[in-house]
Write a protein that binds this ligand. Structure first.
Ligand code: AMP
Length: 325
């Protein structure tokens, strides 16, 4: 994730972190806070540093274990930027221009403020993935095209220079895990939402989260029933409830049958506060001791370096760069 906000939102938690946490059981996992990618948007330097720490602290608080997985800051591992350069030399201009996220973002920023870095963003992402000889990449649907590009680049490099990269597979996160804005339940909940009222922040005070849930947009039917099309607000709350409790939606509908939205929202607020209370406390504890957090991140970056440098060295040899002796 990019360190683009002081706090992650509950969509990041349900749509990404919970699934990443589970992947640690069956894979050797690499997780990174992608600060180099964040530079493609305007940033205040000291805020970027702080957001990088905060994002890492929230990964750990949510259950990413830096002693078991490798959790590091992208810019700490120099090989990312270096491999991105090599990969950019085998990426077609037209190929990069077809990336829909670039087209969307550059339209939003205006042609003059979209940078070359934004254009080559997917190439840096390809480097992030290929450096670790990655088998699978868990991503949301919106990142599928970037992983396809990564696969194309890996295959192209391999056929031009000989077997070098593992060709990764995207694992698309379930759409049921998509969380929508509480005030505007047809729009994805996002760190960059215009209004704060519809976003549940991981680091929000529990009382604030509860209040936001009580004020979430619903409908006039009054029945707690999943119907994404006609009842997007209630359906979204049901998805959050189910994701955080591990329960099935019909069992939650049964529990609240014949009861109003007020009761349902109170129940959900309790679930959210119980889940995020400890995560928030742990994150704030970690942020209270930035020196220790930095030390953990440095040790993990050193571990990431070992794999990344091996891949990069191989790439440099294959393309014909003279080794420094
Ligand atoms: P972003 O903050 O958009 O860069 O997303 C970081 C990660 O969180 C990605 O894996 C997204 O797919 C996931 N994510 C972000 N927002 C949501 C959401 N509203 N619902 C589900 N997953 C989300």
């Amino acid at each position: 994730m990019q360190p683009s906000a002081d706090s992650l939102q509950i969509g990041n938690y349900i749509g990404a972190l919970m699934q990443w946490r589970d992947l640690q059981d069956s894979y050797e996992a690499f997780f990174s806070v992608v600060d180099l990618h964040a530079l493609t948007q305007p940033n205040n330097p000291s805020e970027l540093r702080e957001k990088t720490r905060r994002t890492a602290a929230q990964y750990i608080a949510a259950g990413i274990e830096p002693s078991r997985s490798t959790l590091y800051v992208q810019s700490h591992v120099r090989a990312h930027a270096e491999l991105a350069w090599i990969l950019s030399t085998i990426t077609g201009f037209g190929e990069a221009g077809r990336m829909t996220q670039f087209k969307d973002k550059s339209q939003r920023y205006g042609a003059d403020s979209a940078s070359v870095g934004l254009f080559t963003y997917p190439v840096l992402m390809a480097a992030d993935i290929l450096l670790y000889q990655t088998d699978i990449v868990p991503v949301g649907d919106d990142q599928k095209q970037h992983v396809e590009l990564t696969r194309d680049l890996a295959e192209r490099f391999n056929s031009r220079y000989g077997e070098t990269f593992q060709v990764p597979m995207p694992v698309i996160q379930k759409d049921t895990a998509r969380i929508f804005d509480l005030q505007n339940p047809t729009a994805k909940m996002s760190k960059s939402a215009e209004s704060d009222a519809g976003v549940l922040w991981l680091l929000d005070d529990p009382a604030v989260s509860a209040k936001k849930i009580m004020r979430a947009v619903t409908d006039s039917e009054g029945a707690v029933r999943y119907d994404r099309e006609n009842k997007p607000g209630v359906s979204n709350l049901l998805v959050i409830y189910a994701a955080l409790t591990g329960r099935q939606i019909p069992s939650i509908e049964d529990e609240y049958a014949g009861r109003g939205y007020g009761d349902f929202k109170k129940g959900l607020a309790e679930v959210v506060v119980n889940e995020f209370g400890p995560v928030r406390r742990r994150a704030l504890e970690l942020l209270d001791d930035p020196a220790e957090l930095d030390r953990v991140l440095a040790a993990n970056a050193a571990r990431a370096d070992e794999t990344a440098e091996r891949t990069l060295g191989d790439v440099y040899d294959k393309v014909g760069l003279l080794r420094r002796v």
